[in-house]
Design a protein around this ligand. Structure first.
Ligand SMILES: *Cc1c(COP(=O)(O)O)cnc(C)c1O
Length: 462
């Protein structure tokens, strides 16, 4: 078979074509030239494999599509109809309007990030956050780093390198995304002194380990799992008292870092940061984007003698918080300080959502869609917080033959929608959908339904 490449248009022909002009304006000549060469090369390869030469217009369309793909920001907005409030794959906590406006202000120009304006000398970037935490609870010092994984690594590296750290076997957990407590401990140079069993640890186990040379106690909150049945461990207070009796520090990785009491919202009680501080824990760390409802961050709170060491460790500079984190975390903490958290912070607004309000929204969705049913369901906190806890909710359900296929279509919409399947039904939980997103959601569902129906017709006619 002979291969005729002579019909392939030259680079110049493509570049001089009227339809290419706007591409050159938008992307610059060099990018368009490079992409044109790329696409023409692919056509040549295609022809060797028996392909045909496309029309010039179609070649330009391919070039335009490839260039647009380059320009697209990879992380796009998603409507979360899963009912999982802290969905790690969907970016955990959405920020409050005040937190977003703080980010806009600080990132659009220069700022006093490390500049003390009254004296005109160098300042510290986390001074204000430290002050806010001190106002919220009786804590001596605070530091904020990039995330809680970094916070735990930094604490252990600065306080426990080459030291024996006591930890119960039931707390050698994997948080997800490759964060395993024993690995982080080894990385920091700490030596594990494992005590107890998977399901049980007693105060005597701790005491024996201290007598065997233990130099620090690490308490890790079981954020994302529960051991039920025959289980037991001493209270944080007992552990702290024991540690202090023998003069060794007690460090806690609290995980979620709730400042509001979850039991006020009909959920089980999640230990709060204030409670940890009040028991006298020496250092406690937690995430900014779990139940705190702020940006990704690792908050480190505790006693001066330890925080001073942590702040001076070289790793502190390597994992330091950026200005957008600092600005948005400050705005988030201010909401707690003013007792506005439930009104302002999306995570708490969602936890606190009125059931009747959720139902009314679905009724409106159904009216606009012309289909769907209302079914009782459960929302969850997610994000490695309170795995057993569920909140009653109302769901919009659609009964379709191929629910998986419908979820794929929903995710391919201009604004992607994340829904879920339960009992064979496609379900949408309004709790995690912002009310202002309702019109877009309805339009996405409705578009997806027409695509789905067309697909089915196609199948039948095939
Ligand atoms: C979530 C969690 C972490 C990791 O926190 P990130 O902020 O995601 O880095 C560490 N420890 C515990 C106990 C957690 O729950």
């Amino acid at each position: 078979m002979s291969t005729d490449l002579s019909g392939i248009p030259g680079v110049d022909k493509i570049l001089n074509h009227a339809a290419t002009g706007p591409l050159i304006t938008r992307f610059g000549r060099q990018l368009v030239v490079d992409e044109t060469r790329n696409v023409l090369q692919q056509i040549r390869t295609g022809i060797f494999n028996g392909g045909r030469i496309p029309e010039v217009e179609s070649i330009i369309n391919t070039i335009a599509k490839n260039l647009s793909d380059l320009e697209r920001i990879s992380t796009v907005s998603v409507i979360n109809a899963t009912g999982v409030i802290l969905h790690t794959n969907l970016g955990r906590a959405p920020l409050s309007a005040n937190a977003i406006s703080a980010i806009e202000k600080i990132s659009s120009g220069y700022s006093s990030l490390e500049f003390d304006l009254p004296s005109g000398t160098r300042g510290k970037r986390t001074t204000q956050i430290e002050k806010l935490f001190q106002k919220l609870m009786p804590v001596e010092e605070a530091l904020v780093v990039n995330n809680n994984a970094a916070a735990v690594l930094l604490i252990l590296s600065s306080l426990a390198s080459r030291k024996k750290v006591i930890i119960p076997r039931g707390e050698l957990v994997e948080i997800g995304g490759g964060f395993r407590v024993p690995d982080i401990m080894k990385l920091s140079g700490a030596k594990l002194l494992e005590i107890g069993t998977t399901n049980q640890v007693h105060l005597e186990d701790y005491e024996r380990a201290i007598k065997a040379g233990g130099e620090m106690i690490l308490v890790v909150h079981p954020s994302n799992f529960r051991i039920i049945g025959y289980t037991g461990k001493p209270s944080l207070e007992e552990i702290v008292d024991l540690g202090h009796h023998y003069g060794i520090p007690v460090v806690e990785d609290l995980g979620s870092g709730a400042i509001l009491d979850t039991s006020l919202f009909g959920l089980a009680h999640e230990p709060t940061v204030q409670e940890s501080i009040r028991t006298g824990v020496d250092v406690v760390s937690f995430s900014g984007d779990k139940l705190l409802g702020g940006p990704q961050a690792g908050c480190v709170l505790g006693k001066s003698m330890f925080l001073q060491k942590i702040k001076k460790h070289p790793l502190a500079r390597a994992v330091r918080a950026d200005k957008t984190l600092i600005a948005s975390l400050e705005a988030t903490l201010i909401a707690y300080l003013k007792h506005h958290a439930v009104e302002e912070i999306p995570v708490w607004k969602m936890v606190n959502a009125d059931l009747n309000g959720l139902k009314t929204r679905i009724e409106k969705w159904i009216e606009q869609l012309g289909c769907g049913e209302i079914v009782a369901g459960k929302s969850t906190l997610g994000g490695g917080s309170m795995p057993e806890e569920e909140m009653p909710t109302w769901l919009l359900t659609l009964s379709l033959n191929k629910p998986d296929h419908f979820l794929n279509i929903l995710r391919a919409q201009d604004t992607a929608v994340a829904a879920f399947i339960k009992d064979g039904l496609v379900c949408f939980d309004p709790r995690t959908v912002f009310p202002e997103q309702d019109p877009i959601l309805v339009s996405c569902i409705s578009k997806s339904l027409s695509i789905y129906k067309k697909d089915k017709n196609h199948e039948i006619s095939d």
